[in-house]
Design a protein around this ligand. Sequence first.
Ligand code: ZN
Length: 137
Amino acid sequence: MEWKRTRLHSIVTFTCPYCHEGAFFVSHPYDLKHAGDLHKECSVCHRRYSIEPGFYYGAMYVAYALAVAWSVSIYVAMAVLLPNASLLMQFGTITIGLVLVGPCLYALSKIIWANLFFGYRGVERTKEELTVAPKGR
Ligand SMILES: [Zn+2]
């Protein structure tokens, strides 16, 4: 399969889950004023990024999984590299690690959630999209 058509490409490059070309987010994850804000529709294929109100609430589950995975990774890294670290130091390091990557995990959770439901369709509308009522456009 062509790399550009994979969901991983859309996730890694933060691009439209349908055409993998248009920007998904308004800004980069560390622009805290617009963290997690996404465009209403793709600037290239003009498909909408949300299929219903509150669609991205489900991204919380993805964010939780990512945060647990990140925390466990830090814990294991500390257990290997600093086996004599105190519990307070482990807790502090995990907390600081989560705060530092928090905006990135938030953005990742939204793009992963979108890619769970939307697949690659290319820039042009498919025959199915043109004949069926504009469900998700
Ligand atoms: Zn698009």
